[in-house]
Design a protein around this ligand. Structure first.
Ligand code: NDP
Ligand code: MG
Length: 420
């Protein structure tokens, strides 16, 4: 696919040069006021670690959870945010009285629009999108319309509607700071470089827990097996996506939208040690890589620091840990989900939105023991074949595609795939 005219990476990935005013005068700078969407998740909790360690730099103004209110209350009692958003109404009812009695200064907002409400507050400077799946789309769109800076963990937003987000960014002052470790690594490698000199992006993949299994063995793996990721401790959904390599397909799509690099210039390579977090190859043959221990605190800190380094964000890598760095080509026969990246970026339109919706349904079914691991690919492929293609979707079209695709995937699972 020739898309070389699109080789200039997005101006919305901020460079240090744009940010010099925030790199100086630490004494007088006001804390950056944060809205953390998905504060009880893996990324959300690590974000709160950083807030707790640097109260002079960060203030938690508002946060959201879906239903884990026990965890939410612990965070409220520690950080005293102005608002707590609980998206699940039933869960919210359960803490209404406790909130009034014990945390009267924190307002409780609830329901499906609650994330949008908190992401667009006037007193928020940066939104950390650490909610999972499609749920990140509408609050992110609303935050961009309000010119909020975004530390973007929720890659599904760019997968579902990357073209729409890019369009919105053209008329917004929002700057996007990637949290995903691969995209943070690429942003770090691109610092100080002329973007026209980029030859390709090389996204590393751990290969997940099933990297060495045969196709036959993959049919028998359970959710518990898949949740044992060798290098990273993450939420359930992304851990399954890592095992199928759908996560790497999503990251290729994410990189395309973040950096404006043509799809044929973005490659995935399996690197089981997860020490090199990704690389950029330049036209003169040089390759820059970012290395570090597998610890999300570092990319989170680099995003929240607006591409300035925060000392002590993560531990140091030893040379012993680097003595055996290996690489292999991904095997798309055993891990066919990786091929959805190409399908999505070639067909464009609502294609990736369909893939994402079907994948969310399939992953949930696998986690509940309703389908096999290897059925995840079938469910997504079947849904893709049976949902109408829309070449230039608007926001409402993405919303409709998501609803229809979920329904189709669910129907297919119920009819053909449920295991006894
Ligand atoms: P988790 O499952 O650990 O946490 C998800 C968070 O979002 C929780 O706070 C959860 O609330 C909330 N949430 C889930 N569903 C909804 C919903 N429908 N509406 C509102 N809130 C919801 O996820 P992760 O932290 O692992 O991942 C978050 C995002 O970051 C994902 O997009 C993932 O791809 C991305 N990412 C994660 C990495 C990691 O290391 N974990 C690495 C790179 C990217 P509750 O606790 O109440 O259920
Ligand atoms: Mg990643």
């Amino acid at each position: 696919m020739n898309e070389s005219t699109k080789s200039a990476p997005s101006k919305h990935i901020a460079q240090n040069a744009e940010l010099t005013e925030t790199s100086t005068g630490k004494e007088t700078r006001q804390p950056l006021r944060l809205a953390v969407l998905g504060a009880t998740g893996s990324i959300g909790r690590q974000t709160l670690d950083l807030v707790a360690a640097h109260p002079e730099r960060f203030e938690l103004v508002t946060m959201s959870v879906n239903s884990r209110t026990d965890e939410a209350l612990k965070a409220v009692s520690k950080f005293h945010p102005q608002t707590l958003a609980v998206c699940d109404e039933h869960a919210a009812r359960g803490i209404r009285d406790i909130m009034k009695r014990d945390f009267g200064s924190t307002e409780l907002v609830t329901g499906s629009d609650a994330m949008t409400e908190i992401a667009t507050r006037d007193d928020v400077d940066m939104v950390v999108t650490a909610t999972v799946g499609y749920s990140g789309l509408l609050p992110t769109v609303a935050a961009i319309k309000k010119d909020k800076d975004i530390a973007l963990a929720n890659k599904e937003t760019l997968v579902v509607a990357g073209d729409l987000i890019s369009e919105l960014l053209k008329t917004s002052r929002t700057r996007i700071y990637p949290v995903d470790s691969e995209h943070s690594a690429i942003a770090q490698c691109l610092e100080g470089e002329e973007r026209d000199n980029v030859h390709r992006l090389i996204i590393t993949a751990s290969g997940g827990p099933f990297r060495t299994l045969t196709a036959k063995e993959l049919e028998q793996v359970t959710a518990a097996d898949a949740l044992r990721h060798p290098n990273w401790s993450m939420g359930a959904k992304i851990t399954i996506d890592s095992a199928t390599m759908m996560n790497k397909a999503f990251e290729i799509i994410e990189a395309h939208h973040l950096f404006g690099i043509a799809p044929d210039k973005i490659n995935a390579i399996v690197h089981p040690q997860s020490i090199i977090h990704s690389m950029v190859e330049f036209k003169d043959g040089a390759i820059k890589a970012q290395l570090g221990i597998p610890d999300m605190h570092l990319p989170i800190a680099y995003a929240l620091g607006m591409h300035h380094r925060i000392a002590g964000a993560s531990g140091y890598l030893t040379f012993e840990q680097m003595h055996n760095l290996t690489f292999e080509q991904p095997d798309t026969e055993r891990f066919p989900c990786l091929t959805f990246a190409n399908t999505a970026l070639i067909r464009k339109g609502n294609t990736a939105c369909i893939i994402n919706a079907a994948n969310e349904v399939a992953v949930d079914a696998f986690l509940h023991g309703r389908i096999r691991f290897t059925d995840i690919f079938d469910v997504v492929a079947h849904t893709l074949e049976n949902i109408d293609y829309e070449s230039s979707p608007r926001l409402e079209d993405y919303i409709e595609t998501n609803t229809l695709s979920r329904r189709k995937a669910e129907e297919y699972i119920n009819k053909y795939k449920v295991i006894n």
